[in-house]
Design a protein around this ligand. Structure first.
Ligand code: 8YV
Length: 311
């Protein structure tokens, strides 16, 4: 109970409860005087816990000269200043694997929702249009569609397997070819020209910022659908909004945005876009498993044992 832990943001409630029962947790996000809290912890705080969306920036890290571990509740560590951590010998852990299935499931759900207009069809029934106007205008089949996956990591791989089960054709883009049966495209514009559906599943951060560019979206074209379960930063969001508004892109299913939780009003107004509040990993099962890993990494560090999932 004596070891201090700085908590950057609220966590899944049972995880936070266990963290706060085990260690002397200080809630950064509720501190009125953040500078005073950091200076109080400067000589004692060795562990920070944060989440994927919040991360931790160099201006906070630099106030904690004794820091040894940042344990992240989430697989994406793009909001953590990894360069600073590396340069100062601070270990970073995340929660890979345990969320792969849920995030891949949501990607496929968004693809189906976009192609089959699941959300618009729900509105059609609720608004009485089935009675007044008849059936929904016809939609697009998944079987046989060409699905291009941006980033064939664990989650991208899970998406590819699921799409294959739906009878889609699969290709992928990433920094390097992998030993898989699916077609590799080194050029993302080229893959987007081939694809009917483009699914972003790559990590966020500087290396992928804006890779789904205006040119990529143009190549996907007016019949194309874009799905994003990665990070808002990987797509040129103004170009995405413009493409969807002007009918130069067919549809989209989006779980992540540039400036969460703010979603551009233009996207909210578009009936053929399916929007989700960044909850790819948002099931009790997965959040419980993510919490377990986050806590076990902290415990391991305090006990002097090897970290479970170092980045
Ligand atoms: C969030 C995610 O971390 O794992 C990631 O990278 O984007 C999510 O799982 C989650 O919302 C917890 O904040």
């Amino acid at each position: 109970m004596t070891r201090p832990v700085l908590l950057m943001c609220p966590l899944y409630e049972p995880t936070q409860h266990e963290l706060e029962s085990s260690w002397a947790v200080q809630r950064f996000y509720q501190a009125k005087d953040k500078a005073a809290l950091l200076s109080e912890l400067a000589q004692t705080c060795e562990v920070v816990v944060t989440a994927g969306g919040r991360g931790i920036e160099a201006s906070v890290l630099s106030q904690l000269p004794r820091l040894k571990l940042v344990s992240c509740f989430g697989v994406g560590v793009d909001a953590i200043d990894l360069d600073y951590c590396k340069a100062h010998g601070i270990a970073v852990t995340n929660t890979p694997d345990v969320l792969t299935d849920d995030v891949a499931d949501l990607a496929v759900a968004l693809m189906l929702a976009s192609l089959r207009q699941v959300v618009a069809a729900d509105r059609w029934v609720r608004e009485g249009r089935w009675v007044s106007q008849g059936g929904l205008p016809l939609t697009t089949q998944v079987r046989g569609r060409r699905v291009g996956i941006v980033g064939l990591g664990r989650i991208g791989h899970g998406i590819a397997q699921r799409c294959e089960a739906f009878g889609a054709q699969i290709a992928y883009h990433g920094p390097r070819r992998k030993p898989v049966q699916w077609a590799y495209h080194a050029d993302l514009v080229e893959m987007a020209s081939w694809a009917d559906v483009l699914i972003a599943a790559c990590p966020g951060g500087a290396a992928t910022r804006g890779i789904v560019s205006r040119a990529v979206l143009e190549a996907l074209g007016p019949q194309g659908h874009f799905v994003n379960i990665a990070r808002g930063s990987v797509v040129d969001q103004p170009a995405l909004v413009q493409g969807l508004t002007e009918g130069r892109l067919g549809g989209a299913g989006l779980d992540v945005f540039e400036d969460e939780p703010c979603v551009p009003a233009e996207l909210i107004a578009l009936p053929h876009v399916v929007l989700q509040p960044h909850h790819g990993s948002g099931t009790h099962d997965t959040r419980t498993a993510m919490g377990r890993l986050t806590l076990d990494n902290v415990t391991a560090w305090f006990a002097g044992r090897p970290l479970l999932t170092p980045v």
